[in-house]
Design a protein around this ligand. Structure first.
Ligand SMILES: [Ca+2]
Length: 311
């Protein structure tokens, strides 16, 4: 027998009101709240799976911060308690994460559950998500590499936007109208440097020659990150999603963001961000050393799509 969705809703409401009335009648009849709870538990054993979540779960609209879960006490008073790391849902290999304690966790649930359990301790305070993926050796970032970094990253940001634009042509929803019209200008400019294995010299030359094409991607990435709250300042946790995705491929990103916070107030302002990418200052960034050879991860088109897929 097929039910129309309105009929299903009506059935659900009838079902809910029946139990609501039934349990209240029991209270009036003098049955203790403990007995009612026991009876309720027995009754719900026969309720179809999923219904109890909809009608019974008092936590359904109660939100807890990362690492915590909602719990109802005997009086159905709600509170947030630490997620038991052992009770996290199973994950796949690609969902593993590396903590700042250099331990691999099965997923963010396990990491933040562990952090919560350590709350109040130095270890808990220091534990953060370091990067996505299992822990591995991350080589230190040299002065030479950190100098190259903004060239690669702003070129990469430009190509992330290009790919979003291409995807938007097939199936809209990746970019807003305003973003689409801004990226369209870069996309249609025949001079734009394609993603690929570009030498550092070429990236620098392109940046100096086509500076205007890099301004929007740098601003765009800032606004993507500046959400909680949107205050033109990037906190450690606002930077974390980008940093955590890129560390395994770009080991300089941590040092880069640290140095970007020029006044050392633990936040990267829009001004600091732009300065780090050589934007607004008008010209290319200051060079500390001679740049030779070819560059690594950011140039790869494949890695750009991996990043888009992840985010
Ligand atoms: Ca912010």
């Amino acid at each position: 027998m097929k039910f129309h969705h309105k009929q299903i809703l009506k059935l659900n409401l009838n079902f809910f009101s029946f139990f609501f009335t039934f349990f209240h009648c029991l209270t009036w009849a003098g049955l203790g709240s403990r007995n009612i709870k026991l009876l309720r538990k027995r009754v719900w054993q026969f309720v179809p799976i999923g219904w109890s979540d909809i009608f019974l779960d008092p936590c359904r609209n109660f939100h807890c911060k990362r690492g915590k879960v909602c719990q109802a006490d005997e009086q159905e008073k709600l509170s947030c308690v630490c997620q038991d790391p052992a009770a996290c849902p199973p994950t796949k290999d690609h969902e593993h994460v590396c903590g700042t304690d250099n331990k691999t966790y099965d997923g963010t649930c396990q990491l933040f559950g562990t952090k919560c359990k350590l709350e109040g301790t130095k270890m808990g305070h220091q534990l953060h998500l370091d990067y996505m993926g299992s822990c591995k050796y991350i080589p230190p970032c040299t002065d030479y590499e950190v100098d190259q970094f903004p060239l690669r990253m702003r070129h990469w940001l430009k190509n992330v936007l290009m790919q979003l634009y291409e995807r938007d042509l097939d199936r809209s929803g990746f970019l807003s109208d305003k973003q689409r019209s801004k990226v369209k200008k870069i996309y249609q400019n025949e001079k734009h440097l394609m993603a690929g294995d570009n030498p550092v010299e070429l990236l620098l030359h392109d940046f100096e020659k086509n500076y205007h094409m890099y301004v929007y991607p740098v601003h765009w990435q800032f606004s993507q990150l500046d959400r909680h709250p949107a205050n033109r300042l990037l906190s450690h946790s606002e930077l974390a999603p980008l940093r955590a995705s890129l560390v395994p491929m770009e080991h300089c990103i941590t040092r880069f963001f640290q140095e970007c916070d020029a006044d050392g107030n633990k936040h990267v302002s829009l001004k600091e961000w732009c300065h780090c990418f050589g934007i607004k200052e008008g010209k290319a960034i200051r060079l500390r050393g001679r740049w030779v050879g070819r560059i690594a991860p950011f140039q790869s088109r494949q890695r750009v799509s991996q990043f888009i897929h992840r985010s």
